[in-house]
Write a protein that binds this ligand. Structure first.
Ligand SMILES: [Zn+2]
Length: 367
């Protein structure tokens, strides 16, 4: 298999000719980029490592003064990660600016928030042990809706069972539940079929899909331009399992909530101000800059409440351990509750703990 490096001529120059040819010659509505940026492990799980091409070598040297790391334990790896993020964003912005110059009406669609109009995400089953996250679509849609006032979420429902089983349709109940979550939270509906229907031996979901699209078409108006009135916001850090538990807990208790990317807080990009929320739930948000800590403390001083799981604010924004909780509001125990003080196992069994602590958390949530 051949992978092209984003620092090479194919991406930096020739890709623009291809885009221009397509835009000039075909009546397309939009352009989707799948997995833009540096290549990671293949679908077969093979990791070819860090690109060592001449372009990467030169560019990283100019950027950092360092030699390219050869492996992930190299001391230069954090600088290299930064380099990857910046060069990917730079190229993607160049590409999206170019597309808009050719035709400003085209929708640009990708998994990141740079230069795009729609932010893609996916809900799909897998073959790992354990149950699937039945609220997965809720998390995906709310994360974009709560974090960006100028981006649309498009959460794709992946029909296939897993990457290695792409001609086997997932459980119709699971797919239906995810698609309804997309709809009810205000995202468009999107369903992915890899290959053709012909290749799917199990087509049980197809008539259900027909009904769901029909339902959406009939009531589309009710699902369009929805605005949140939730009084609770989830801020997700490293604890994705905890975030999953909280989404389940709040959904099953019928408590409305928003989700905000930690990186977008305080940037002006989320559609609502922090002050509009009565409670912030910090899901294992370990990495915080000093201004971020101040922002959360200020929110509490102004009457906001926080509920924190895991170990909030123990690292700086780059993940460097500071070994202490820096939130001052940590000590004003009337306005904050730290689940780590009560349940040391919350990270290991988030869903079960979250459910069993519902009674306790409720007393905070409904303040
Ligand atoms: Zn390279």
């Amino acid at each position: 298999m051949v992978s092209t490096c984003i620092n090479g001529g194919y991406y930096q120059e020739y890709a623009f000719e291809i885009l221009k040819e397509v835009i000039d010659n075909y009546p397309i509505d939009g352009i989707f980029f799948n997995m833009m940026g540096y290549t990671g492990p293949t679908y077969a799980g093979v990791d070819h490592g860090i690109c060592q091409c001449e372009n990467c070598r030169k560019r990283f040297k100019t950027y950092s003064g360092l030699d390219l790391p050869k492996n992930y334990d190299d001391p230069a790896i954090s600088e290299y990660r930064k380099f990857q993020r910046e060069t990917s964003s730079e190229l993607y912005l160049k590409v999206t600016d170019f597309i808009r110059e050719q035709n400003p009406e085209l929708v640009i669609y990708n998994y990141n928030d740079v230069g795009t109009s729609w932010i893609a995400s996916e809900s799909g089953a897998d073959m790992r042990p354990g149950i699937d996250d039945i609220y997965h679509a809720t998390g995906n849609v709310k994360r974009t809706l709560g974090s960006y006032k100028d981006r649309n979420p498009v959460n794709l429902i992946m029909g296939f069972q897993a990457i290695g089983y792409r001609s086997i349709m997932s459980s119709p109940n699971l797919l239906r539940s995810w698609m309804l979550q997309d709809m009810l939270h205000g995202a468009p509906v999107g369903f992915v079929v890899v290959g053709t229907y012909y290749h799917y031996e199990c087509r049980e979901f197809i008539p259900i899909l027909h009904d769901l699209y029909g339902f959406h078409r009939k009531y589309e108006k009710l699902f369009t331009n929805v605005q949140s009135r939730s009084r609770i916001a989830l801020i997700n850090g490293r604890g994705s399992a905890e975030a999953q538990g909280m989404v389940q807990l709040l959904s099953e208790e019928h408590i409305p909530f928003d989700i905000i990317h930690q990186a977008q807080l305080g940037t002006g990009r989320p559609p609502r101000d922090l002050e509009e929320y009565d409670l912030l739930i910090l899901n294992h948000v370990t990495d915080m800059s000093d201004p971020f800590v101040e922002m959360i403390d200020g929110y509490v001083e102004n009457g906001g409440k926080i509920l924190a799981t895991g170990a909030p604010s123990i690292n700086d924004e780059n993940g460097r351990a500071l070994n202490r909780i820096r939130l001052r509001s940590r000590h004003t125990d009337k306005t904050s509750l730290f689940l780590s003080d009560i349940f040391v196992f919350i990270m290991a069994t988030p869903i079960r703990i979250a459910t069993t602590t519902a009674a306790k958390i409720n007393s905070i949530l409904i303040i």
